[in-house]
Design a binder for this molecule. Structure first.
Ligand code: T5A
Length: 207
């Protein structure tokens, strides 16, 4: 049995990840790929509880290190219970955010050194890295307008544009550092154009 492929989808707020997760799934399934959809933080029972801690407002003033460690705690459970078993069964895994988000939000946004994140990445993931990462890139203002004035913004959505600009710059930098793995999609285009580009990436994946 061939090992499955591990695809991650990234983007800053309102870039269109949720909208396009379904599109990519349908596109791959239509071509006969057996695919598991999941998300971070979350994807397991423990991970979804950790997500509530991270995104909710129950605990104010969470320290940056606590936030980082909770992201990796959720990720450890996710890898053990969902991602690795699926890949070993030969299924593909499409994950809404993964460790690039940690580099972008906890690294770029919060200012935690990439070297410290890399220690946790190596410890938690071993050799596991995404085979391909699709990054939906949109200017911060556009993404935030699209996400709209949510009646109950989560702990990250309450951050200011300066935070999200650093998040975006970190994603773009990582894309430049790893051009073989990253596929940058200009998500400021109309949805049909974004999805036409996603079709090209799906075809490339199946090649
Ligand atoms: N996080 C996560 C970390 O800090 N570190 C980590 O390690 C990880 C894993 C998770 C939060 O956790 C943080 C990052 C996040 O803040 P999330 O569930 O990923 O949150 O949710 P968000 O990023 O907040 O996702 P959003 O729901 O805000 O944005 P999406 O999913 O990118 O956007 P979507 O698809 O809901 O689209 C927004 C609106 O835009 C429209 C859609 O119809 C929708 O109305 N739209 C378009 N409109 C015009 N043109 C297009 N091309 C459009 N594409 C979508």
């Amino acid at each position: 049995m061939n090992r499955g492929r591990f695809i991650t989808l990234e983007g800053s707020e309102g870039a269109g990840k949720s909208t396009n997760m379904d599109y990519i799934q349908q596109s791959l399934q239509a071509r006969g790929v057996d695919i598991v959809m999941t998300r971070e933080p979350g994807g397991t029972s423990i991970g979804e509880d950790i997500r509530e801690l991270l995104l909710g407002h129950k605990h104010t003033g969470m320290s940056d290190d606590t936030e980082l460690l909770l992201m990796f705690a959720a990720r450890a459970e996710h890898i053990h219970k969902v991602i690795e078993p699926a890949l070993q069964r030969g299924q593909w895994v499409l994950c809404d955010r993964f460790t690039d988000a940690t580099y972008a939000y906890q690294g770029g946004g919060r200012g935690i050194a990439a070297e410290r994140i890399a220690i946790l990445e190596n410890w938690t993931q071993g050799l596991l890295r995404p085979d391909l990462t699709i990054y939906l890139d949109v200017p911060v203002e556009t993404g935030r307008q699209r996400a709209g004035d949510r009646s109950d913004p989560d702990r990250f959505e309450k951050e200011q544009n300066d935070f999200f600009n650093k998040v975006r710059q970190t994603y773009l930098h990582r894309g430049e550092q790893e051009p073989d793995r990253f596929r940058l999609v200009d998500a400021s285009m109309a949805l049909e154009q974004v999805q036409a580009r996603l079709d090209e990436i799906v075809l490339e994946l199946l090649d």
